[in-house]
Write a protein that binds this ligand. Structure first.
Ligand SMILES: Cc1cc2nc3c(=O)[nH]c(=O)nc-3n(C[C@H](O)[C@H](O)[C@H](O)COP(=O)(O)OP(=O)(O)OC[C@H]3O[C@@H](n4cnc5c(N)ncnc54)[C@H](O)[C@@H]3O)c2cc1C
Length: 292
């Protein structure tokens, strides 16, 4: 059943201060809408529960990409097309541009925002694994002030997160420290475009003399929300890449992954593909014949 516009109210303060005032005056009453590519799908299906929407689209204070000596700071309403088009970001943190190119279609990417992708909290969110392995921090804002939360600690369960009812995502901070890292990102879906991930895996790693010095792994659709795979990382830290190491890492991932069954895939398939992607990343890291 299609949604009924008369059953919803939308306000558009047009600036950040006005949005924060409205959220502070009635916490939990107003639902932010940015690109609308999640919420309007729910509206069209007649399943949009939010009755009062507050529009973030077109607020310049929320759409920016700033570069500081320490980090890239990406405004909440930055679209995936903005991210794809940013040459410096693509050069330093290429996994962000790669993930951005996967979101729906070009039309979708011109509306879909980074904050909308994260706040929506889908386990399959395409931007999430890259942001996790780049140690992203989420900057939240309200009339009470600002606070930064490690993205790794942002999601608390299926479609739940640490935001309070009067808070907005203001920006995503990405540290500029990954230049020397090996980087990996692969999504497995039904098609190459316009397909939500069945599974995606991202990795960043540093090898010294063939030994894994540092490794970050993150996945979409291997848990009820996007996650870092800390146990699997621990199983690999300090190891050289051998056939045994790969078997050990596969076992660690299969143990750590807790995917959901849904219309796109089964949990069992997701775990198997996740382990295969990890093996692919480790083979890329080793770049050669593997000792036992
Ligand atoms: C045809 C189609 C294809 C798609 N393909 C993909 C895909 O391949 N991969 C993928 O990951 N997603 C995909 N999506 C989903 C969607 O486009 C993304 O999740 C997008 O990033 C959502 O951003 P938005 O600004 O449109 O969110 P909105 O619909 O505006 O909002 C989504 C949620 O985020 C909240 N929100 C928005 N901004 C903020 C903020 N600043 N602070 C706090 N909460 C906020 C809203 O309240 C709402 O709960 C697709 C959607 C469509 C319609």
């Amino acid at each position: 059943m299609r949604g009924n516009a008369a059953a919803h109210e939308m306000i558009a303060p047009g600036n950040l201060a006005g949005v924060l005032d409205a959220l502070a005056s009635a916490p939990g009453e107003w639902t932010p809408i940015a690109g609308g590519t999640e919420l309007m799908v729910a509206f069209s299906a007649g399943t949009l529960r939010a009755r009062k929407l507050i529009n973030l689209w077109g607020i310049p204070d929320l759409r920016f990409i700033n570069i500081t000596p320490e980090s890239f700071v990406i405004g909440a309403c930055t679209t995936f097309l903005d991210l794809r088009a940013h040459a410096a970001l693509a050069a330093e943190l290429p996994l962000v541009a790669k993930a951005s190119s996967w979101i729906g279609s070009i039309a979708n990417q011109s509306r879909a925002t980074v904050a909308g992708n994260l706040a929506n909290g889908s386990p399959a969110a395409d931007s999430a694994p890259a942001l996790l392995v780049y140690d992203a921090e989420i900057e939240l804002i309200s009339r009470q002030g600002r606070r930064r939360v490690a993205y790794d600690a942002f999601h608390t369960g299926y479609k739940t997160n640490v935001m309070t009812a009067d808070e907005l995502i203001y920006a995503v901070h990405l540290p500029r420290k990954f230049a020397g890292y090996k980087q990996y990102l692969r999504k497995v879906g039904t098609r190459r475009a316009m397909a939500i991930a069945k599974v995606a895996l991202a990795g960043t790693a540093i090898l010294t003399d063939g030994v894994i010095n540092e490794i970050r792994l993150a996945a979409a659709s291997l848990a009820p929300f996007p996650v870092r795979l800390h146990e699997t990382e621990r199983a690999l830290a300090g190891k050289s890449i051998t056939i045994d190491t790969i078997q050990c890492a596969r076992a660690a991932l299969l143990d750590e992954a807790k995917p959901i069954d849904d219309i796109r895939s089964t949990a069992e398939y997701r775990k198997c593909v996740g382990a295969n992607l990890l093996e692919e990343f480790l083979n890329e890291l080793s770049c050669g014949e593997l000792p036992r």
